[in-house]
Design a protein around this ligand. Structure first.
Ligand code: SAH
Length: 251
């Protein structure tokens, strides 16, 4: 693991979540699925981070939640957090690449991915993951999406560099349809889910993080970048949001 990556993980590891969101939005998304909650379900949480959604899903549903992440420190943190909790489903952590998942074809009832599919791109992710779903199974994915088609230059350029694959909502729904999947619903999260549940807890780590890595230009630059992204969010939040897409594989 290169040191920049280790630093980024160190900054984010202690937080409840590594992307914007909140349990009531996860619940809203889950409510759009018509999963039989009395049954033992096979569920995958892809790019699970420290496991906020794996734990949420294991509290709501029965069966097994496979919590997948590329980086072991997140999986260890998830195991620490979930130990001793009263859960309906069993959580199994799995170190792996979302671009090359180890599941069998047609084996999963639900694939969940909050603010993680961007690592391989919305279309690449959905087209790989749909193979693992049972017919009639669901994918719930939250993805950074443009809300307006005329964008001020600073924010257009920021995301062009940071996430060139970002599309508007219509574009993402078109991608879902092009993959012969069914678009069941979509909705955006609120401002508090960005600021109170993600950026503020992250900003609360900055001082301790910089103290743990004194005289590290990389650590300083990571903090500067996060501060810049937060400022852009405050300024341009009307132009983009994390949007949940609830998707079904046809029977
Ligand atoms: N879903 C969590 C974490 C989102 S951050 C939450 O919302 O809190 C994105 C996560 O994807 C990180 O934990 C990162 O380690 C993981 N990730 C990045 N690239 C990955 C890959 N290729 N395969 C699996 N996980 C990956």
């Amino acid at each position: 693991m290169d040191s920049l990556l280790a630093l980024i993980i160190d900054l984010h590891l202690s937080n409840a979540r590594q992307g914007p969101g909140r349990d009531d939005f996860s619940q809203q998304a889950l409510d759009f699925t018509q999963l039989d909650q009395e049954k033992e379900l096979q569920i995958a949480d892809i790019g699970c981070g420290s496991g906020s959604q794996s734990i949420f899903l294991a509290k709501q549903l029965q069966g097994t939640v496979y919590a997948v992440d590329l980086y072991p420190p997140f999986l260890q943190e998830l195991e620490r957090r979930s130990a001793g909790l009263e859960l309906k489903a069993t959580i199994e952590t799995l170190e792996g690449d979302m671009a090359n998942l180890p599941f069998s074809k047609n084996s999963l009832d639900l694939i969940w991915a909050e603010s993680s599919i961007y690592n391989i791109g919305f279309k690449t992710g959905l087209s790989h993951w749909k193979n693992f779903l049972k017919p009639g199974g669901y994918m719930v994915v939250s993805e950074l999406s443009w809300l307006r088609d005329r964008r001020p230059k600073p924010i257009a350029e920021y995301w062009k560099l940071g996430y060139p694959g970002i599309q508007n909502i219509a574009g993402n729904i078109q991608t879902i349809c092009d993959l012969n999947l069914i678009s069941i619903a979509h909705f955006g999260i609120d401002e508090a889910a960005w600021l109170d549940d993600f950026y503020q807890p992250l900003a609360a780590n900055f001082d301790a993080f910089l103290k743990r890595h004194p005289d590290s230009p990389d650590a300083e630059s990571i903090v500067d970048q996060e501060i810049n992204e937060m400022e852009l969010y405050r300024k341009y939040k009307d132009y983009y949001n994390y949007v949940f897409y609830i998707i079904q594989k046809p029977y």
